[in-house]
Design a protein around this ligand. Structure first.
Ligand code: ZN
Length: 377
């Protein structure tokens, strides 16, 4: 009932050794699942076709990716968000991204035929890619291609984005589509890339009220985060009653992630994952399609996404990580990494200003709920 999707070619989505979106994270993770004694036999899906990509992206943009991929220099590359520090050009980038898109699309098809109820793609989650532009380490929007396939199948889709950053690409692609609800909980765009995802961005036309953003204060901790999540997400899903839930499960909202300032713990992620699967059961016929996403600290993503995988599979969580695995990956994990699966209480930083932060987060959630109440009827 639960399928994992991955293939070795996903390692080809690689912007180079200095870039944070490193494919070594996936290899490290698969090795960890196996070191914990689990039989892991991921499904190797075919690459997405050009037509699949064109279901959400402009032809001119795809043609530009293909040309640059083949080494043809083009002065207009940066107009398409390509050749920038975030999205460097690399040979093979068109196919490397189509492998990832093909994986999630295969997962979507397994859900549509009823073959599976839960699918997790180990990789992808390219939520910043826009209709006509690369952005934020994302070339083609794998999530949007899957959502578009569900919509073409006649399904209503709820998209939930728990990455640290606003899921702007997915939101923009479906901003006027009343078959798609997008929910993003993230560090406020007033402080962080991509600068969007405010409570007043609610969708347009018949889709007004279907773009829902929960922007949180920097240094928001587990209690406030989960309170905001519970105030909005179950209500939205219950009202919208989707056929499937699509989740971008970035891990960069963890307190130790170097790219942002939210302060979730591994324990908070565990609660969040349990709630996501319970909500899919309650409101989306148990159908859920997940990708990974951001997450830039190796010892954090190893632990957080192992918790995701084990929760997804309904397997018990170990207390410790295997010593042999830690020794093997020490060069990525860093010398100070302990063996505990969960964050020890001592690792959590002391973050002053909690009361003011809680007040501001509650105010944002209340104003959001006041705005959407008119549409959620
Ligand atoms: Zn992110």
């Amino acid at each position: 009932m639960a399928a994992l999707i991955h293939r070795p070619e996903y390692a080809g989505y690689d912007f180079g050794p200095e870039h944070p979106f490193s494919p070594a994270r996936l290899e490290m993770l698969l090795d960890l699942f196996r070191s914990l004694g689990h039989e892991v036999a991921p499904i190797a899906a075919p690459a997405a076709t050009r037509e699949d990509i064109l279901s959400v992206h402009d032809e001119a943009y795809v043609a530009m990716v293909e040309a640059l991929d083949q080494g043809k220099p083009n002065l207009e590359a940066d107009r398409f968000g390509l050749g920038t520090p975030d999205n460097p050009i690399f040979p093979g980038m068109d196919l490397a991204t189509r492998w990832l898109v093909g994986g999630i699309l295969h997962g979507a098809r397994m859900l549509m035929t009823g073959k599976e109820r839960r699918v997790l793609q180990l990789g992808g989650g390219l939520h910043h890619a826009q209709k006509d532009q690369a952005a934020g380490f994302c070339l083609y929007n794998d999530l949007a291609v899957a959502i578009q396939a569900f919509v073409a199948h006649g399904w209503r889709v709820a998209y939930l984005d728990i990455d640290l950053h606003h899921g702007d690409g997915v939101q923009n692609l479906f901003y006027e589509n009343d078959r798609v609800l997008t929910l993003s909980i993230h560090e406020s765009g007033h402080y962080l890339y991509p600068g969007t995802g405010h409570i007043q961005d609610l969708g347009s036309g018949s889709a007004r009220g279907l773009s829902v953003n929960i922007p949180l204060e920097p240094f928001t901790e587990a209690g406030d985060y989960l309170e905001a999540f519970e105030s909005v997400v179950p209500r939205a899903l219950s009202w919208f009653s989707p056929d499937v839930l699509v989740v971008q499960a970035g891990a960069d909202a963890h307190f130790a992630d170097p790219l942002g300032d939210l302060a979730l713990t591994t324990q908070a992620f565990q609660t969040l994952y349990q709630r996501i699967f319970a909500l899919a059961d309650a409101h989306a016929h148990g159908r859920v399609l997940l990708t990974l996403g951001g997450g830039y600290e190796a010892q954090v993503v190893a632990r957080v996404w192992t918790i995701l995988y084990l929760t997804f599979m309904g397997l018990p969580l170990p207390e410790h990580l295997p010593a042999v695995w830690m020794d093997h990956w020490r060069h990525l994990l860093g010398p100070g990494t302990g063996r505990e699966l969960h964050d020890p209480a001592s690792a959590m930083p002391d973050l002053p200003g909690r009361e003011a932060r809680t007040r501001r987060n509650r105010d944002v959630v209340n104003r959001l709920l006041d705005s959407v109440r008119t549409y959620w009827i």
